[in-house]
Ligand binder design. Structure first.
Ligand code: ATP
Ligand code: MG
Length: 305
């Protein structure tokens, strides 16, 4: 999805989310304001239970706030029906989760193509775009492997390809390296940073790793359901790739369920280049979205609106 000029990809104003559990209110977020602009690289840090995943679900339209105002792609989510929100998600957001959430009995290429099904893209084009995106994440030689025939790092690459095949404006990643060993996690992180720098997709990533957070150009610290600090740095504080900031908006997206575990799916890339050095295609406009894992438990990663 291409955002109109000047429109933040996501804008949250005094957003809160209170869960009701067995008659008890749990205030997971207590008034959070932030804007995510095209091309940003944002790390979200904070202790366990501080509200990070809740925030990611809201930012991605997998869940709705119980207070405040939230706009995705310039549209106030409170004004949207569930199908409209699902479509907006598919057009604007890509999700990557710690647990990959791939469809187990489905090939890599079909997992990646899934979000395009919801956009009405024809079968042949879906496969082409999915294959190109898998090539982009270095898996052009694994198109027909199923998840259990792939390593953890490869599965996460498939999930990343699925999140980006729709060319979302924002990629939301909730501890994307949490299930990977250090070296594999580092490679996945480098890939995410490269995609952010080259395609212009905004990257918002929850991490428990301070070193990783130090590489982002913006760091948001969450505690007790509030943003405690939100700091920007012209350059990453530490190593990392130090890539230049990319400001072009990129389209796409994917959602996930409020219960946490699903991944979202993105939509799509146009075909094009694959290969590890290729760039993400840009500009296509796609409608709705992804499907997640089977599971896609309900809340949906993007499934059919
Ligand atoms: N569906 C739910 N129903 C009730 N309470 C919930 C629900 N989801 C989350 N919570 C509560 O909201 C708070 C924030 O949870 P959240 O998952 O956002 O934390 P987090 O910062 O992502 O933690 P972690 O680092 O462990 O993933 C926690 O106290 C949690 O128990
Ligand atoms: Mg979490």
């Amino acid at each position: 999805m291409s955002l109109p000029p000047g429109v933040p990809a996501i804008e949250a104003v005094d957003v809160s989310r209170t869960y009701q559990l067995d008659g008890v209110s749990v205030a997971a977020l207590r008034g959070v304001s932030l804007t995510v602009d095209p091309g940003e690289y944002v790390a979200v840090i904070g202790p366990s239970g501080s509200g990070k995943s809740t925030l990611m679900h809201l930012l991605g339209g997998l869940d709705r706030p119980t207070g405040g105002r939230l706009a995705i792609g310039g549209r106030d989510v409170a004004t949207l029906t569930a199908p409209e929100l699902a479509t907006l998600r598919n057009e604007t957001i890509g999700f990557v989760f710690q647990a990959f959430h791939l469809l187990a009995r489905t090939s890599a290429v079909d997992n990646v193509a899934l979000p395009l099904v919801y956009r009405g893209v024809g079968a042949r084009q879906r496969r082409e775009r999915a294959a190109a995106m898998l090539g982009r994440v270095g898996l052009g030689h694994r198109l027909d492997h199923r998840p259990n025939q792939l390593s953890g790092g490869e599965q996460q690459r498939v999930a990343i390809a699925r999140a980006l095949v729709t060319e979302p404006a924002v990629l939301l990643a909730d501890e994307p390296t949490g299930n990977l060993d250090t070296a594999t996690g580092e490679a996945v992180l480098a890939l995410l940073e490269e995609l952010n720098a080259e395609s212009g997709v905004a990257l918002v990533m929850v991490t428990h790793d301070q070193e990783v957070a130090a590489r982002a150009r913006r760091r948001i610290a969450v505690r007790d359901g509030l943003i405690r600090s939100d700091t920007r740095h012209d350059r990453p504080l530490s190593a990392g790739t130090g890539r230049p900031e990319t400001l072009d908006p990129a389209p796409s997206a994917e959602p996930r369920s409020a219960s946490g575990s699903e991944p979202g799916h993105p939509s799509g890339g146009s075909g094009g280049a694959a290969g590890a050095t290729g760039r993400l295609p840009r500009g296509a406009t796609h409608p709705s979205g992804g499907a997640g894992d089977a599971a896609d438990r309900g809340a949906g990663i993007g499934g059919t609106p």
